[in-house]
Design a protein. Structure first.
Length: 558
């Protein structure tokens, strides 16, 4: 049972007590939505939807075995947990502590997330950061959460991915296949999973299919650091792993370009210039010191091309890196982690000077760069990396500053209602558009071509204007994109009462609905009602608010 009231109360307490900036998180979600919007939306209409329940969550925790997860280690001693005979008291305590969900509130969040990831992240961005980044995604549900982050509101792997997987298993490049085979044993040499013939064959197939599908990129050694972890977490599901790779590369074209021969140098140099700017803004003293005698490209390029997963002293670091990049975006994630490593190593780096360049390169290119970070990964990924202003990592034109916020800012719950109301309007418009015309299905990069054009670079200066209204407009604009005749352009003159005219769902939605569309709308309907109840309670009972309170009450009872 999802307690929406409690979730919203805690979200509000997080926002008001020590408000983190969730601009990067929400921007990355928008990129994912843009990328997947052009997929097989008709798949969701015919696919049976099974609601994720308390029993489903309990089953995932019961079936998980710490001693069989090679990417999980004790948070205190760093030991792998796969050998029960070598476990120390701290390892046993860690397993016991991580074997259950901490609270009913957390349970409600995970249930809400799995049933409707986009609504949950949009409505609870602060709690999303708190659980997924500060506390960390539980090992038991990491695979499920990753799949939801990559599929969003798709209920299964899109048909286009399945077609690609089947139809591109032919005419492999002999040169590429040989190189992939060589690299398989170099990526995670200590993990037994990758030594099995089944895993080797699966990874060979995935990477060869992708090389055939994306002829521009083909294959680059660093991809194995990503694909290997995805394949491991998805328990050898080759189709899901291929879908994840395609989605990641097509939602962030610059990440794709750093692995593509023709664009690798120019894109890496672009990233380098942007990273130097961020480093200088964050710690000018460290920037001046390092740039005075060190070629930062020597280690930064290797970090980025290996997803900062090579030479990790603790494989749980790899999980954390992937968690962070899944939520914050791959470019921003790699930048933040790289910056965090330099800042964490500052005491050592500042003692070295000209003539010590080789010492710095050796230190930052092996596992010693993680230093004391491994003693508290939650502190590093959840506190240090979340402490910087997101405006450093996103163009200011893509962020709505508080100074430009409309008057609704004084009522955050009402502001959330506006966004969710608009989102429901877009869902209805898309549903009408689909019913009026047959959905076309095309494979490969053709499907996401529009996405690649519309998804601007993380540092693009051609993004939306710097107002909170533009964020809301991005939701509302889906209506016109869906081709609805009833879609109206968003204008700054719309008042909150105008949005109340976007009704809650009043039609009958059966609890055993088999429609993915209905399941998502049901979840959003419950969330909206909870939001309305809270906004009603926050408005003072006076003449000025009388009409507004009556309209909210009518919407709740509808």
């Amino acid at each position: 049972m999802i307690d929406y009231e409690k979730l919203l109360e805690f979200e509000e307490s997080l926002r008001t007590s020590s408000p983190p900036d969730s601009s990067v998180l929400l921007y990355n979600l928008e990129l994912k939505i843009d990328s997947l919007r052009y997929g097989d939306e008709d798949d969701n209409e015919t696919c049976s939807v099974t609601e994720f329940t308390d029993a489903s969550l309990d089953k995932l925790f019961e079936e998980y075995d710490f001693t069989k997860d090679e990417f999980t280690t004790c948070s205190k001693c760093g030991r792998t947990l796969i050998n029960a005979d070598l476990l120390q008291s701290c390892c046993t305590a860690y397993i016991e502590r991580k074997s259950n969900i901490n609270s009913n509130l957390e349970r409600s969040y995970w249930l809400s997330f799995v049933n409707s990831p986009t609504t949950t992240i949009n409505t609870l961005p602060n709690y999303t950061q708190f659980l997924c980044l500060r506390q960390g995604i539980p090992n038991q549900i990491r695979s499920t959460i990753w799949q939801k982050l990559l599929l969003l509101n798709h209920t299964s792997i899109p048909q286009t991915t399945k077609l690609i997987f089947r139809n591109f298993q032919h005419s492999y490049s002999a040169e590429i296949s040989v190189q992939i085979s060589k690299d398989l044993n170099r990526t995670f040499p200590t993990v037994n999973f990758f030594r099995s013939q089944e895993a080797i064959d699966g990874l060979l197939t995935i990477l060869n299919v992708y090389a055939n599908y994306d002829a521009e990129l083909g294959y680059c050694q660093g991809l194995l650091f990503l694909v290997g972890v995805l394949y491991y977490q998805f328990k050898g599901d080759a189709e899901m792993t291929l879908h994840a790779l395609i989605t990641i590369m097509e939602s962030e074209t610059e990440l794709h370009d750093i692995f593509t021969t023709s664009s690798m140098c120019s894109t890496l140099n672009k990233w380098y210039g942007e990273f130097l700017y961020i480093l200088k803004e964050t710690d000018e003293k460290l920037y001046d010191h390092l740039t005075g005698f060190v070629e930062l490209q020597s280690f930064l390029f290797q970090w980025w091309l290996s997803f900062i997963s090579s030479h990790s002293p603790d494989l749980s670091i790899v999980n954390k890196v992937m968690d962070f990049c899944m939520l914050e975006g791959w470019k921003v994630g790699l930048f933040k982690i790289s910056l965090g490593l330099l800042v964490s190593n500052k005491p050592i780096l500042m003692t070295l000077d000209k003539g010590d360049e080789e010492v710095i390169y050796q230190h930052l290119l092996n596992e010693s760069k993680w230093g004391n970070v491994i003693n508290d990964l939650d502190l590093f990924f959840g506190d240090l990396l979340m402490s910087w202003d997101d405006k450093l990592f996103l163009c200011q034109k893509q962020i709505a500053s508080d100074a430009d916020s409309p008057s609704l800012e004084s009522h955050p719950i009402i502001n959330k209602f506006v966004q969710l109301s608009l989102h429901i309007g877009s869902l209805r418009a898309r549903s009408r558009a689909r019913s009026g015309s047959s959905a076309s299905s095309s494979s490969g990069r053709t499907n996401s071509g529009a996405s690649n054009q519309s998804s601007t670079s993380v540092f693009s200066h051609n993004a939306a204007s710097n107002t909170r209204n533009t964020e809301v407009e991005s939701l509302y604009s889906e209506i016109s994109e869906a081709g609805s005749d009833n879609a109206k352009s968003f204008t700054d003159t719309k008042s909150f009462t105008d949005y109340l005219k976007l009704p809650l769902l009043t039609g009958r939605l059966s609890s055993d609905s088999t429609s993915a569309q209905n399941q998502e709308l049901k979840t959003e309907n419950e969330t909206l009602k909870a939001l309305l109840k809270r906004s009603y309670g926050q408005l003072e009972d006076n003449d000025a608010n009388k009409d507004l309170r009556e309209q909210i009450l009518a919407a709740i009872e509808a």
